[in-house]
Design a binder for this molecule. Structure first.
Ligand code: MN
Length: 250
């Protein structure tokens, strides 16, 4: 199912509001979407637009070099997370970077974050950890140029999400609805794993269970759209929801 530019921009506004309302992002952290017709471009809000207040006019078009296209507003420093993931992963249509607190312990210990609840299956069986210090030494931990972005994207590989040591996570998916869903459930999954580890050993989902959860998934199916509507309503922006795009396509 392909959507047009207008729908993509509208979804990006809603995604910003949802991620802020669900405490995935706060004043920092960002979500972007690839241009539906120009795969070498993507859209993301400028730096001074807080996610919970993002409007259509705040969205800026970027190239895969991380430079804005005809826009002089201050871009987010960490736009290179997004540009590098779009460059490395042609099938990825949307990216989230956030600092959700519950994800952080797994970036600074040797315990891997694993999918342990059914709604956490979208993080995938392997969640790599990227340490900016490995190749860049002492930095302010921000991904602030193309070389750092590409290094992060290499560590992400073909996985859905990568943890960033002492900082947060970056996730890519085939639609905004997918990447919002992943980003909302990632901290919850992390909390459950942490709670289980206080009790004892824990059992993650099997590879077969993870595959079964993603089989036939369509972000515009009535079932998936229901969650998007729920989150948008909670975020006070149900008035921005358009009609559900035809759910027949894959
Ligand atoms: Mn950050």
């Amino acid at each position: 199912m392909m959507i047009g530019v207008d729908e993509a921009l509208n979804e990006l506004v809603i995604a910003n509001r949802i991620l802020a309302n669900e405490n995935v992002v706060d004043a920092y952290g960002h979500v972007s979407v690839r241009h539906p017709n120009k795969p070498e471009r993507f859209f993301m809000a400028h730096m001074l637009a807080p996610p919970e207040m993002v409007e259509r006019a705040d969205l800026v078009e970027f190239g895969l070099d991380g430079n804005a296209v005809n826009d002089s507003r201050t871009p987010s420093i960490e736009r290179f997370i997004h540009s590098a993931i779009y460059e490395a992963r042609p099938e990825v249509q949307a990216v989230v970077h956030a600092h959700a607190e519950d994800s952080l312990p797994f970036g600074i210990t040797d315990v891997p974050l694993r999918p342990v609840i059914h709604s956490g299956s979208f993080i995938g069986s392997h969640v790599p950890v990227w340490d900016i210090a490995d190749n860049f030494g002492d930095t302010n931990l921000l991904v602030s140029n193309t070389a750092q972005g590409r290094d992060l994207a290499r560590c992400l590989g073909n996985n859905n999400v990568v943890l960033m040591r002492g900082h947060g996570f970056a996730a890519g998916a085939r639609s905004l609805i997918d990447v919002v869903r992943l980003s909302v459930y990632l901290p919850r999954n992390a909390r459950v794993q942490l709670a289980a580890m206080r009790i004892g050993k824990f059992k993650p989902l099997s590879d077969g269970e993870i595959a079964a959860r993603s089989a036939g998934y369509n972000p515009y199916s009535a079932q998936s759209w229901r969650a998007w509507q729920y989150w948008a309503t909670r975020a006070g922006c149900s008035h921005l929801l358009g009609k559900r795009p035809d759910g027949d396509g894959k």
